[in-house]
Ligand binder design. Structure first.
Ligand SMILES: *Cc1c(COP(=O)(O)O)cnc(C)c1O
Length: 235
């Protein structure tokens, strides 16, 4: 078995166990394979193991890999998205996880309308209010979502967060719990056109804790592909 197949088997077992601990089924959680910096030959191994949903944080990488990977895979944009690059990915990705400004939302609305599609998006929340991170503050989330809800070609599917980098994943449990609570609170407002059923949270270091606290999408890169080699980027 390849190292990727072995890694996936291990991650799958942990996802399943964490789902059970939170009283949910494995099928209720999407394991998103974060394929940034990985070449298509390597990504194909993960797809061959059944991981057909791929997360990238750079528009350029999606554009480079889109044709070679072909049909049957689902791309998710998980990193910061510049307004001027929306047009390149609007008809290539299933979901944009990183919507955190009205300017970006307006551009998504415009480009989605031009293509006659409705874009599924997540609102990126900077739950720990770290200065180095993108995302809106939890306090501004409801107002922001009310604005997004008015846009005909955007469907707000949920919330996403990039939790702090910590040695012990337990340190992030409280942030994941607050994310779940924010989702519940906003859903309770019954905003027109907004049914948030997606919580994208948890990475290699903390996806088990995130699932225990309600994640429906975990974004795992290193745990599947091993350490990233950034010197290959762009080749
Ligand atoms: C790189 C990245 C991940 C995956 O990180 P790992 O620690 O390698 O699992 C998840 N989410 C985002 C937004 C990323 O940029």
């Amino acid at each position: 078995m390849s190292y990727i197949a072995e890694n996936i088997r291990e991650v799958e077992a942990k996802v399943t166990a964490a789902a059970q601990r939170s009283g949910r089924k494995r099928e209720d959680i999407l394991l998103l394979a974060v394929s940034k910096t990985q070449p298509v030959e390597v990504i194909r191994q993960a797809v061959g193991c059944g991981l057909t949903s791929l997360g990238e944080n750079k528009v350029q990488e999606i554009m480079d890999k889109y044709e070679p990977m072909g049909e049957g895979v689902h791309w998710h944009l998980i990193g910061h998205l510049q307004t001027n690059k929306v047009k390149y990915i609007i008809d290539k990705v299933d979901m944009i996880h990183s919507v955190e400004s009205l300017k970006l939302a307006e551009e998504i609305e415009k480009r989605a309308a031009a293509k006659g599609l409705i874009m599924d998006i997540l609102v990126e929340v900077n739950m720990a209010e770290e200065e180095s991170k993108f995302g809106i503050t939890p306090k501004n989330a409801e107002e922001f979502i009310r604005e997004l809800a008015k846009k005909e070609h955007i469907r707000v599917r949920g919330l996403m967060t990039v939790a702090p980098f910590v040695e012990n994943s337990e340190e992030n449990r409280e942030y994941f719990r607050q994310m779940k609570q924010l989702q519940v609170d906003i859903n309770a407002k019954k905003i027109d056109n907004v049914v948030m059923d997606v919580l994208s949270m948890g990475m290699t270091g903390d996806y088990e804790v995130a699932i225990e606290e309600g994640a429906t999408v975990v974004r795992v890169g290193t745990g599947i592909f091993g350490e990233r080699d950034y010197s290959n980027r762009g080749k």
